[in-house]
Design a protein around this ligand. Structure first.
Ligand code: ADP
Ligand code: MG
Length: 705
């Protein structure tokens, strides 16, 4: 790992603390001096003119990364390198000045190049470095060669060729060494197999360079063409290891080539040393620039590929997210549409945006018609203002959910104009800057009806108890009055008119007595339950009613299919049978028929009993089917109410009421079917009595069908 204060990425161009600055200056000086000594050690043209001048690259990289403050190190390094060479001290200083200026000019030019990045990640950075680096080294070449000539070290006649060699040497120093320094830290990041591969590459490049340049190893011949054998290694380095790799391999090849040429080996040893040096420089320049350009291009391509990969990955993510969203939307819409309650969403203007299946059913309006409509359409006119106000105030509270108004005050409006009671909750959400309100409501018509029926039956039951109490109180005085009337009628000298009135009074009194008897009937039988066969009981009742049956010319047909014994009050059940048979006899025309059927059955409780879990107990079903005039549909609901009669003075309207109470008390049920069609009118009463009748006072909701 490169120490952080040497790392080019570490806060470049900033002002370091003094100790860091000192360390950097020392490092630059040392590197420059060392490289300079090596550079001068291999001059093969003349003193102080080297075909590759590595310090030029070091100076440029140092100034580029650590700033212009590096000039003293460069100046001192350059001065001392030449100071120890056989030239006058003044000339050494002149050369040092030229070299320093050259590095500062190069850094200045590069730092002014828009978008230039010292780590050379793109092709344009490589070109900027090569071109501006080569341009700025003209400063060093010009000042250096002029100084040497002025100092008399070299003749003015060789100015041009010396300048050329100097310039190319410095330019090669920049092109070969600067990228190596600028990108070297990246090699530290290699790991695992790549590190091995890199080691292999360096060894191979090193070996082949020796084969090419040192003919003593056998292959090397003074043949220029063979020099290009190093190219594959530069390409390998550029493609696999980028700028850093190609810089390392180029530097390596340059090192071997210069060393070999200086030692008089290899293809660049020419009779004319200037020519040989120039060829070597061109060769190294081509290798280096090609490697760098290839590395930059492949890095760019990799960057594009990885960007493309990122884009593809993002697209895949997006697709996955969209899929997840779609499936969650589907799930949600499944839930919304299978909900039992109506779900209606409206926007701020109270226009419907969502209307689920339950809402369609409850409001009898297809969603297609509802969407876009004003919510007012589903609210009775008199509640619309209140509703708007309610939503407004709900909006202001900022609460997310609450139930709407008091439970009793809410009504919906079906599309056919029918109003119905509802219960509702409302919630609000903000979606994409738009406020949405969702009302979840349920139609409570059935429940309201059931509640009302319950209240009514409670009222009736208490009215019944009251009537029974009154009847009981009336009974004793009634008996006394009957007796008194009887005695009065027995008076011998009673005028005929008075006797008739007493007779009438007696008839009316009997009627009152009949009513009280019926009213009390249900409550009077307090005896313990016994086991009895309803069929036998029926025969008893029919025997008692025989005279009336005959008088009305009713044909009674009996079919007893079961002789089960039920547990209960025989007297009370006798009253039930008697009431139902009496009603039938009164309903049929002379010549009509009454079918009485007894069969074993089970108590499949009606839905209205709301108790599907209770077991279907065994019992006896007794049905009475007559061919009478039937019961008008509008009366069907009321015939079990006390005092409901269609027989005017001839009826009390208590018969069926008492029957229902008794059957309920026995845990049974009473149902009826009736038809008033002129062709085949008639009524069927069906009474179910459980075998083990229990006397529990169950409140049963009306269950006639
Ligand atoms: P009441 O017989 O005193 O009128 P009930 O409670 O026994 O009182 O009967 C109530 C009403 O039910 C009767 O007035 C009659 O209209 C109707 N009803 C009862 N049973 C029958 C039947 N089998 N056929 C036709 N109507 C009937
Ligand atoms: Mg009756």
């Amino acid at each position: 790992m490169v120490p952080s204060f040497l790392d080019p990425r570490h806060r470049p161009f900033d002002t370091p603390v003094r100790s860091v600055l000192f360390i950097r200056l020392t490092l630059v000086f040392a590197a420059y001096f060392l490289a300079g000594r090596i550079g001068l050690a291999v001059p093969f043209t003349s003193a102080n003119v080297s075909p590759v001048w590595p310090p030029a690259g070091i100076a440029l990289a140092a100034v580029l990364v650590w700033g212009y403050q590096m000039w003293p190190a460069v100046l001192l390094g350059a001065f001392l390198v030449n100071f120890f060479s056989p030239i006058p001290h003044a000339a050494a200083f002149g050369i040092a000045l030229g070299n320093t200026c050259s590095a500062l000019v190069a850094a200045w030019l590069l730092r002014r190049t828009p978008g230039f990045r010292p780590a050379l990640p793109r092709l344009q950075d490589v070109f900027a470095l090569v071109l501006l680096g080569a341009l700025s080294t003209t400063v060093a070449a010009t000042i250096g060669v002029t100084t040497l000539n002025a100092a008399g070290v070299r003749p003015w006649s060789g100015f041009i060729s010396a300048w050329l060699i100097w310039w190319l040497g410095d330019a090669m120093g920049v092109v070969v060494i600067a990228p190596l320094i600028l990108s070297f830290s990246r090699l530290a990041r290699l790991h695992g197999e790549l590190r091995l591969e890199f080691a292999g590459l360096v060894s191979a490049a090193f070996g082949v360079s020796f084969l090419v340049f040192d003919h003593r190893l056998g292959l090397g011949v003074a043949d220029n063409v063979l020099a290009f054998m190093v190219f594959p290694f530069v390409i390998w380095a550029a493609i696999r290891f980028g700028i850093a790799g190609s810089a390392v391999v180029s530097a390596l090849v340059a090192g071997v080539a210069i060393w070999a040429t200086a030692a008089g080996l290899g293809p660049f040893v020419q009779p004319n040393p200037i020519r040989g040096a120039t060829l070597l420089q061109v060769f190294l320049g081509v290798i280096s620039v090609s490697g760098l350009a290839l590395a930059a291009v492949s890095a760019e391509r990799e960057a594009v590929e990885s960007a493309l990969q990122t884009v593809q990955e993002l697209a895949r993510w997006r697709e996955r997210a969209e899929k997840a969203l779609r499936s969650s939307e589907q799930r949600l819409s499944g839930i919304v549409n299978s909900a039992m309650d109506a779900i209606i969403t409206v926007d701020r203007l109270q226009r419907v945006v969502l209307f689920n299946s339950a809402a369609e059913r409850i409001f009898r309006c297809p969603a297609a018609d509802a969407i876009g409509r004003d919510l007012d359409h589903f609210i009775p006119a008199r509640f619309r203002d209140a509703h708007r106000h309610h939503i407004q105030s709900f909006d202001e509270t900022g609460v997310t959910t609450r139930s709407m108004y008091s439970p009793r005050a809410l009504f919906g409006l079906r599309s056919d104009g029918e109003e119905f009671p509802i219960e509702a909750t409302i919630s609000q959400v903000e979606s994409e800057g738009q406020k949405l309100y969702t009302v979840i409501l349920r139609d409570v018509t059935l429940r309201r009806q059931a509640e009302e029926a319950l209240v009514k039956s409670e009222k009736l039951a208490s009215a019944g108890r009251l009537a029974a109490t009154i009847a009981h109180e009336i009974n004793n005085p009634l008996a006394a009055v009957t007796n008194l009337l009887y005695l009065a009628r027995c008076e011998e000298n009673l005028p005929e008119a008075a006797r008739q009135r007493l007779q009438l009074a007696d008839t009316e009194l009997r009627r009152v007595a009949h009513i009280t008897k019926q009213t009390l009937g249900f409550y009077r039988d307090e005896s313990a339950p016994v086991r009895f066969d309803p069929a036998e009981l029926l025969d008893d009742v029919l025997a008692l009613l025989e005279t009336r049956v005959k008088a009305r010319e009713v044909a009674v047909e009996k079919r007893y299919r079961a002789h089960l014994h039920v547990l209960g009050s025989q007297g009370e059940i006798r009253q039930v049978f008697s009431n139902v048979i009496s009603n039938a006899i009164e309903a049929v025309q002379p010549g009509g028929r009454l079918h009485i059927k007894v069969s074993s059955s089970r108590d499949w409780r009606s839905p209205a009993s709301c108790d599907w879990r209770s077991p279907a107990g065994p019992g006896v079903r007794i049905s009475f089917a007559d061919t009478g005039h039937g019961i008008a549909p509008e009366n069907l609901e009321r015939i079990f109410e006390p005092f409901f009669t269609t027989k005017k003075d001839a009826g009390t309207g208590l018969g069926l009421w008492v029957c229902r109470q008794i059957v309920d008390k026995h845990g049974g049920s009473i149902r009826l079917r009736s038809r008033t069609t002129p062709l085949r009118p008639g009524t069927v009463f069906s009474i179910f009595l459980p075998v083990a009748a229990v006397f529990e006072n169950k409140k049963r909701v009306a269950n006639q069908s």
